[in-house]
Ligand binder design. Structure first.
Ligand SMILES: [Zn+2]
Ligand SMILES: [Zn+2]
Length: 138
């Protein structure tokens, strides 16, 4: 699978064989980062993901005291990848830059405390008020 930003200068090549874990996040930071109601990334072991081109990175603290770093294209601004310091060795690639319909629906939907009321997640998606270790919404 191939991911690319809007202008095409930042890419990622994702090797076959890894089971992606898709997570939708409705936190205010992901809303602002993506400019959308929620952010969605497919997470892979980092050995499966080769980023090509130049990214700029932005890091922010998370609720759990870790750091979440996103990589975006300095030319067009698309976020292409994300890494959580609490999950070393795992990299998330934004679903929109992959554009692959065969990816599974989100396994988890987190930070539903700020989910817009009209956003409905699939029935099989686990919902959480905040992070994955906390209170469930369903
Ligand atoms: Zn770009
Ligand atoms: Zn988030």
């Amino acid at each position: 699978m191939q991911a690319s930003c809007q202008c095409g200068s930042l890419t990622a090549e994702i090797q076959d064989g890894a089971e992606p874990i898709v997570v939708a996040c409705h936190c205010r930071d992901c809303q602002k980062r993506s400019g959308s109601p929620f952010g969605t990334m497919a997470y892979f072991p980092e050995d499966y993901v080769a980023v090509g081109g130049k990214a700029r990175e932005f890091s922010r603290p998370t609720d759990s005291g870790n750091t979440f770093t996103t990589g975006f294209c300095p030319a067009c601004g698309s976020t292409l990848y994300g890494k959580a310091s609490g999950f070393p060795g795992i990299v998330g690639v934004t679903l929109g830059t992959i554009g692959e319909a065969s990816l599974p629906p989100p396994m988890r939907s987190v930070y539903e405390q700020s989910r817009l009321p009209w956003v409905v997640m699939p029935a099989e998606t686990q919902g959480f008020v905040r992070g994955r270790n906390g209170e469930r919404t369903r």
